[in-house]
Structure formats: structure tokens, C-alpha cells
Ligand binder design. Structure first.
Ligand SMILES: NC(=O)c1ccc[n+]([C@@H]2O[C@H](COP(=O)([O-])OP(=O)(O)OC[C@H]3O[C@@H](n4cnc5c(N)ncnc54)[C@H](O)[C@@H]3O)[C@@H](O)[C@H]2O)c1
Ligand SMILES: O=c1ccn([C@@H]2O[C@H](COP(=O)(O)OP(=O)(O)O[C@H]3O[C@H](CO)[C@H](O)[C@H](O)[C@H]3O)[C@@H](O)[C@H]2O)c(=O)[nH]1
Length: 341
């Protein structure tokens, strides 16, 4: 069964493509390579032993997307990863974020019914919760104003899906997956995260520091109201996250969804502080990390982690990889990247 994977050459999408294939689906990648490299396709092929059909188009290009659906008959569902994701960049280039993130979803929602495709899994984010009043956050926790245009695109996309699904002639069924913080790489170290330039995210910054590419990690504040003063996040291994997509697609295809739109947190259910991540990395890699404490980063949520009960009870989804193993896979991937250079 064919599943269209927009953004399938990206960090999370590439791991989802692998898991989908290994679960017996035929993933079809759509990507414009705006934030990924062609080498990812070789990595996927290396793992699967076969190439995955790939269409190099912009998902917001209606005519091009239509051609993909026409060229790939019998697509039964779509997983929509394609989006811009850099929080800071979204402040500098809000229009580009609304155009790409909202625009690509709108195009998809327009074209899917033309080809009778009714099943959608959408990449949302825990950023929709803003700064929550209580932890952990459940799917019923009210969303708060987003701290960036990026976050707002995710909130808007969720609302668009709800509105489209409420139309009288609607046939669309959607699972909104709210990811917490994906980290790590495939065990084969053939695919992983490929940050362009200086990484914004914690774990690639850590691995690049340990590899000598960056001089030191600056921890963004240690005066938060958290156990050790540093921010708390829910770090989920990217392969675990990828597997959640397989389960979600299967649920839609089995017609088990109880609502036209279902929402799930996808996290481990545990919060770890930045300092805990640094210490776990040192343990997992055997490397001492050069770091210092710096000022707070504007817009950072002090602490957030998932209540993962709904995904466990309804989807039967549970994460399998520990923080230590996740960080070990990040380190292995970083070393593979260094070997390639
Ligand atoms: N990585 C995270 O921390 C995180 C957390 C929560 C949610 N998400 C969401 O998950 C999704 C995937 O994130 P990721 O980390 O894999 O990002 P990524 O940038 O690695 O992957 C996105 C992929 O989509 C492609 N793309 C972007 N716009 C496109 C377009 N208009 N047409 C075709 N291809 C396009 C990019 O080239 C890239 O390969 C995104 O929607 C992101 O917002 C990510
Ligand atoms: O050099 C760094 C980088 C990060 N951090 C800290 O590490 C934690 C994690 O930061 P990330 O940037 O890796 O992750 P965020 O939680 O800030 O944001 C990520 O997860 C969000 C959802 O929680 C959004 O989806 C967003 O797109 C994605 O970048 C934060 O406390 C951050 O301040 C540092 O201390 N130093």
C-alpha cells in the first residue's frame, strides 16, 4: 500500500520512510530538498536494499502535486512532514513560514480528495501548548499563544484540518501527532539529522562540540524554576517517533479512528533538563563536553514534557529507546559524518 511522505528526505521523514517500508508499506517521497540532501536517499536505500520512489517537487505546487498523485495511483494515505521548522528563522521570515507551512497543507488538502485519498497524518508539535500551566501536558491541555510564527503555523494547520473535517461533505480523516523533541539517528548510522550551518537544537550542538566542530556548548540559562535551573524537555528517539507514524497510518486504514480528527502527544512521558542531557551524553559517548552557562534564550519554554497515556492506550504506542541509547546513536551518527568528510 502506497503512502505519500511529504518531506520524506528530511530528518524525521527519512526515518519514517524506513519504518513504513519495513512494516510492509510502499513509501513515496515528495521533497523539494530545501532542507535536505540527495545523499539521504542513498542512506535510505542502503538500509532497505531498494530505492524509494522520489518526486522532487514543491508540495505547495498544486499542478506538480497533482502529477505525483496521477503518476502514483492507489496512494492510500499521506504523511505530511514537509515544512520549515527553524523557530528563530520564522521570526525573521514569517511570510516564508506561513506560505510554506500553511500553503503546502492547503495544497495537499485540495489535491488529496481529487484522487480519493482520505487519510492524513500531520506533523504537529508540542510548541502548540506554549508555556503550559501544568505538567505533563495532555492532549486536552489548552493551547496557548505560540511564541513564534513557526509555532503559529502549527496551530493554524491544526485548525485548518479541524475546519476542513467539519464540512458536511468531508471524507478526510486525520491524525495530528504532536511531537516532543526528536533526537538520535538510525542504528545503522546511514541516516540522521543534517543541520545546515550552526545547529539551533541542543543535541546536534552537543555532538558537534564533542567532535571539535564547535568550541563549546552554551547552556541557555540555569535560573529557571526547574529542579536544576535548566530547561526541561521530553527527548524522544527519532526511530520511536517514526514508528508512531506507522501505527497512526494503520489506525486510519483500519478505520479505527473514532473521530475525523484525532490528536496524540508523541513523547516519552519523561522530562530531562539540559544538564541531564549533557551528563547523559558524556556517559553515552565517553567524551567530556566543554560547556558553560549563558543567558536565557528568548522564547524558551521553561519546562514541557508529554503525558503519553493517550498514545499508549489508544494507539498501543510506547517509546523503546532510553535517553542514553538515543544520545549514543546521535554520537555514532556524528562520527559517521566526520568520517565522510
Ligand atoms: N525536528 C523537530 O524538532 C520537530 C518537532 C516538532 C515538529 N516537527 C515537524 O516535523 C516535520 C519534519 O521535521 P524535520 O525535523 O524532519 O525537518 P526537516 O527540515 O529535516 O524535514 C523537512 C523536509 O521537508 C522538505 N520540505 C520543506 N518544505 C517543502 C515543500 N514545500 N515541498 C517539499 N518538501 C519540502 C525539506 O526539504 C525537508 O527534507 C516538520 O513539519 C516539523 O515542523 C519537527
Ligand atoms: O545550544 C543550545 C541549544 C539548545 N539549548 C537548550 O536545549 C533545550 C532544547 O532546545 P532545542 O532547540 O533543541 O529544542 P526546543 O525545545 O527549543 O525546540 C524544538 O522543539 C519544539 C517543540 O518542543 C519545536 O518543535 C522546535 O521546532 C524545535 O526546535 C532548550 O532548553 C534550549 O534552550 C541550549 O541550552 N543550548
Amino acid at each position: 500500500m502506497k503512502i505519500l511522505v511529504t518531506g520524506g528526505a528530511g530528518y524525521i521523514g527519512s526515518h519514517a520512510v524506513v519504518e513504513l517500508h519495513q512494516a510492509g508499506f510502499q513509501p513515496i517521497i515528495v521533497d523539494n530538498f530545501s532542507n535536505s540532501e540527495e545523499s539521504v536517499l542513498a542512506g535510505i536505500e542502503g538500509i532497505l536494499g531498494t530505492a524509494v520512489p522520489t518526486h522532487r517537487i514543491d508540495c505547495a505546487d498544486e499542478a506538480a502535486l497533482r502529477q505525483v498523485f496521477a503518476a502514483e495511483p492507489d496512494i492510500v494515505g499521506v504523511i505530511h512532514f514537509a515544512a520549515f521548522k527553524a523557530v528563530g528563522e520564522s521570526v525573521a521570515k514569517p511570510l516564508a513560514y506561513f506560505q510554506n507551512n500553511v500553503g503546502s497543507l492547503l495544497t495537499l488538502l485540495k489535491v488529496m480528495p481529487e484522487f480519493g485519498v482520505e487519510n492524513l497524518v500531520f506533523s504537529s508539535s508540542c510548541t502548540v501548548y506554549g508555556i503550559p500551566d501544568a505538567l505533563p501536558v495532555t492532549e486536552a491541555t489548552p493551547t496557548k499563544p505560540a511564541s513564534s510564527p513557526y509555532g503559529r503555523t502549527k496551530q493554524m494547520c491544526e485548525e485548518i484540518v479541524h475546519d476542513v473535517s467539519a464540512a458536511p461533505d468531508n471524507k478526510l480523516r486525520t491524525i495530528l501527532l504532536r511531537y516532543f523533541n526528536p533526537i538520535g539517528a538510525h542504528a545503522s548510522a546511514r541516516i540522521g539529522e543534517l543541520p545546515l550551518g550552526v545547529p539551533n537544537n541542543l543535541v546536534p550542538y552537543i555532538t558537534q562540540t564533542a567532535a571539535g566542530i564547535r568550541e563549546k556548548l552554551t547552556i541557555n540559562g540555569s535560573d529557571y524554576d526547574t529542579p536544576d535551573g535548566t530547561n526541561v524537555r521530553d527527548y524522544i528517539h527519532v526511530v520511536d517517533l517514526a514508528k508512531a507514524h506507522v501505527v497512526a497510518v494503520q489506525r486510519l486504514l483500519d478505520r479505527k479512528a473514532t473521530d475525523t480528527v484525532e490528536t496524540f502527544n508523541v513523547g516519552t512521558g519523561h522530562g530531562n533538563s539540559v544538564l541531564e542531557v549533557v551528563q547523559a551524553f558524556e556517559q553515552a559517548s565517553g567524551q567530556k563536553l566543554n560547556y558553560s552557562i549563558g543567558p536565557r534564550r528568548p522564547g524558551d519554554v521553561p519546562a514541557i514534557y508529554a503525558d503519553a497515556t493517550k498514545a499508549a492506550e489508544v494507539l498501543g504506542f510506547k517509546t523503546e529507546t532510553s535517553l542514553l541509547d538515543s544520545l549514543a546513536s546521535s554520537w555514532k551518527w556524528q562520527q559517521t559524518l566526520a568520517d565522510k568528510k
